[in-house]
Design a protein around this ligand. Sequence first.
Ligand SMILES: Cc1cc2nc3c(=O)[nH]c(=O)nc-3n(C[C@H](O)[C@H](O)[C@H](O)COP(=O)(O)OP(=O)(O)OC[C@H]3O[C@@H](n4cnc5c(N)ncnc54)[C@H](O)[C@@H]3O)c2cc1C
Length: 301
Amino acid sequence: MFNVEHFVKIFSQSGICCKQNYSLKDKNTYKTGGEARLAIFPDSAEKVKMAVDVILSEGVDYSVLGAGSNLLISDDGYEGILISTECLKGISVSGNLITCYAGERVCDFLKQALYNSLGGVEFLNGIPASIGGVVAMNAGCFGKNVGDYVSYVVASSGIYSFADCEFGYRTSRFKAQKDVVISVCFNLENVEYDQSESKSEYFLKLRKNKQPKGRSCGSVFKNDGYYAGKVIEGCNLKGFRLGSARVSERHANFILADQNAKSADISRLIRHIKQTVKEKSGIVLQEEIEYLGKFKDEDYT
Ligand SMILES: Cc1cc2nc3c(=O)[nH]c(=O)nc-3n(C[C@H](O)[C@H](O)[C@H](O)COP(=O)(O)OP(=O)(O)OC[C@H]3O[C@@H](n4cnc5c(N)ncnc54)[C@H](O)[C@@H]3O)c2cc1C
């Protein structure tokens, strides 16, 4: 257990906003989970770097929070220091390059791109994420990945050109090394405004047709040489419910949470799906969703 007051003092002296016992329920798309013992909100690159330096030198556990659209947060909360990117704001455009701070939402980035007749990234329309989150996760869909449009990334440990970002399937060096993405410079294509707008609407429609409404984190499992949704459906798990969580009837790779759901129910359901799929098909599903905080053995996969 780290000394919260000690860190609040250091961060506050550097002008970093700190919140103790910070409720995370409204900070993730499942709307579940407990509190972070200490959450910090740096609003500049310098403050992020300073915070990470202090945390690393003192050996305290930390994690990064974007829009919480790929996170299952423990009902018991998170005991480490949570670095929220929500105050890292700003978008600027120069020619084909758009530089976007990590805390900007994907929808605002897309609006700016469209306004400047820049495109290629329309497939992201409808993902309720932060720019830092989509780049750290190398988010993608419809056969495209956001990493392919990155020119360079400013992170807490340095500046990385595309080749050094180590983008892979739903991963990057930033996710793998808990390196905080501060801002991202995207290299986009020149497009006609109207064409880009209809492409964006087309992708949104595709998403709405395929994906269920409700509280989710998108796909729970990776598609690893198979479509996890099809595999789960093949095991007759569509609509299967455990407590306040259920497998979507529309898309079996989505778990939907009820109002006032518990993360423990979602993690139990994830474990049940994994066990059933393994028994029935021999496939070992891998989570795309990430866990924050501790889950009891019987809840955790
Ligand atoms: C309705 C819905 C649809 C979705 N559709 C898709 C889809 O089509 N394709 C897809 O790939 N995903 C999809 N997702 C999942 C999710 O949006 C992505 O994984 C997204 O990249 C997560 O971004 P976030 O800002 O919410 O990150 P968070 O959920 O907050 O964090 C996810 C991970 O990224 C890390 N992280 C976040 N910000 C940073 C940062 N600045 N620096 C370093 N690490 C960081 C976190 O520590 C964590 O490890 C969907 C989710 C929902 C709810």
